[in-house]
Design a protein. Structure first.
Length: 165
């Protein structure tokens, strides 16, 4: 899925020499993203990147044909999901991708507004872009795109300092 900042403002950081350097607002976004499974125990995080004005991430919901991780591995190689693909006897909890994203947007907006001493300002654009990953090949392509996103930032049309080809 992809989330964009309100007005596609570059509030989350900078790309310096093909690496993302997060701003304090970007650090808040990262911390809240990483804590989502504590709030939503059926949620499994996979690859993600926080760019200056957007976030790309792969999420899995246990019970949607996925089982929780078998163990906490040191991290998969590109193309290996961080979740098993078997059924689970995991306690069923009712929430959707939409409710996860809604909570994430709400919490990050409150925290970033507090950090920046502002009230009621939107942090994120309305809605989000999602894509259901059905095959391992699709997962590998999306993981690669996410990992390489900082490398192509200089060409991104949403980059205010983009280089034209």
């Amino acid at each position: 899925m992809t989330l964009c900042s309100q007005g596609k403002r570059c509030i989350f950081g900078l790309v310096v020499e093909n690496d993302v350097v997060l701003s304090p607002a970007g650090e808040i976004v990262r911390a809240i993203w990483m804590a989502l499974p504590e709030r939503f125990p059926r949620l499994v995080l996979d690859e993600f990147v926080i760019m200056p004005n957007h976030l790309h991430g792969v999420l899995g919901l246990v019970g949607a044909g996925l089982a929780p991780p078998l163990v906490a591995p040191p991290g998969p190689q590109l193309g290996e999901p961080r979740f098993a693909t078997t059924q689970s006897s995991f306690r069923e909890q009712k929430y959707s991708l939409s409710s996860v994203i809604g909570a994430f947007k709400s919490i990050t907006t409150i925290q970033v507004n507090k950090l920046l001493s502002r009230k009621g300002e939107q942090l994120w654009q309305r809605s989000y872009h999602d894509h259901i990953i059905r095959k391992g090949e699709d997962l590998r392509k999306i993981q690669r795109y996410i990992n390489e996103n900082p490398l192509i930032w200089s060409l991104d049309p949403e980059n205010p300092n983009r280089k034209h080809r």
